[in-house]
Design a binder for this molecule. Structure first.
Ligand code: FE2
Length: 394
């Protein structure tokens, strides 16, 4: 094997190895595992990705006869051949993920999308105002020059419910749902950023607000959440569930705080509500972290069935219960979306398939919000977002 082929083979092995570790991290973070266990997995992931290249180039490439010295794969020891084979196999799910990202298409029920971007940091002029946008606890990651954690995208999406036709002459009804998620209050971004997002949410004038979990990372900042959610509750009814980061805190206290702020807690519950001339069944699930899936009645005369689920992993339950729309968060759009490759990390059993956006599963639509914050405040090509879903019902 010539030198170029040897280098290429070892580089592909490094990419495949990294792909396996990304799969391990994504899948483990979709389960109800303790934070210390997940931290251990992430350290293994870091070590596996950092140590594999020197290991491969030294033992497989530079040994005698190594792949960089004219040797062939069959010249390596059985253990090294096996390691190389397993690493190269990681290219298969990697290529599949990239191909899926490159060929992704929105469902035909997504009729129209318009969006507006705000550079929240630079819309504030003085240093003191910018400091309030950044917050007091700006970690090293947040200082990354291309970080988009202080940007905000306000998106309007017009949807037609999957599987429903629009008969001629029948009057259309539209329900406007403002969906946001994953605030992760931890001090970065600062409170001024969330006040800005609250202003934009109020301007949307929805029929209802929906929040799909991961409210807090630092309970001491609950007054920020209380102020934000109280303001929203004055504009329209709000329905909320909690997420895995809330589960790690005093989630009962957080839940009560949301209720005190005027929001309707829908975790493990279902209810029927009338919004304008639309009757909807709305339910929530916080599994696999808190409680169980709600017991949901069969469809009756409601016009719309909405499930709030922190993770899109509950898609099969939602389809079985004949929901029309599932609203989720959790995956943060992948947080870092690489050019050509797409997102790499999303804490889901489906990997990055549902990183963020609008999808169809069976006859059901899924909307996954990228959220507003993040425990690790680094985002690239996946900036914070709030969305107004204008749902046509006929
Ligand atoms: Fe989250």
């Amino acid at each position: 094997m010539n030198l170029s082929a040897g280098i290429a083979l070892l580089l592909f092995a490094c990419i495949g190895n990294a792909a396996w570790w990304a799969i391990v991290v994504n899948r483990t973070h979709s389960f109800q595992l303790h934070a210390s266990c997940l931290k251990f997995v992430r350290k293994l992931h870091d070590a596996g990705i950092i140590l594999f290249p020197p290991f491969a180039f030294w033992f497989m490439g530079c040994g005698q006869p190594g792949l960089l010295h004219g040797g062939f794969v069959t010249d390596l020891s059985w253990g090294l051949q096996y390691t190389l084979f397993v690493a190269l196999c990681g290219l298969v799910p990697f290529a599949w993920s990239v191909a899926r990202w490159q060929t992704r298409r929105p469902p035909k029920e997504l009729l129209e999308v318009t969006s507006q971007h705000f550079d929240v940091l630079n819309q504030h002029q003085t240093d003191s105002e910018k400091h309030l946008v950044c917050g007091d606890r700006v970690p090293f990651l947040a200082r990354f020059p291309l970080n988009e954690i202080y940007r905000l995208e306000v998106t309007r999406k017009r949807l037609r419910l999957a599987g429903r036709q629009s008969p001629e002459g029948e009057s259309h009804r539209t329900i406007k749902v403002a969906h946001f998620s994953d605030t992760h209050f931890l001090g970065c971004p600062g409170q001024r950023f969330f006040e800005f997002a609250t202003d934009r949410l109020c301007e949307l004038q929805p029929d209802l607000f929906v929040f799909t979990g991961d409210l807090m990372d630092d309970e001491a900042l609950f007054p920020w959440a209380s102020e934000m959610f109280s303001r929203l509750a004055d504009v329209a009814p709000g329905y909320s569930i909690l997420g895995n980061h809330d589960w790690r805190l005093d989630h009962s206290g957080i839940r009560q705080g949301m209720i005190d702020a005027g929001w309707i807690d829908i975790g493990e519950q279902q209810m029927t509500a009338r919004v304008g001339d639309v009757t909807m069944l709305i339910a929530g699930t916080e599994t696999p972290w808190i409680g169980n899936n709600p017991i949901v009645p069969s469809p009756k005369r409601e016009d719309l069935r909405i499930l709030l689920s922190h993770s899109p992993d509950q898609r099969n339950f939602a389809v079985e219960q004949q929901f029309d729309l599932m609203l989720c968060g959790h995956n943060h759009g992948g947080q870092v979306v690489l050019p050509a490759i797409g997102p790499v990390y999303a804490p889901s059993r489906y990997g990055v398939k549902y990183a963020g956006g609008t999808y169809r599963h069976g006859q059901m639509l899924i909307h996954v919000s990228r959220g507003l914050g993040a425990k690790e405040p680094l985002r690239w090509n996946a900036c914070p977002e709030i969305t107004l879903l204008e749902i046509d019902i006929s």
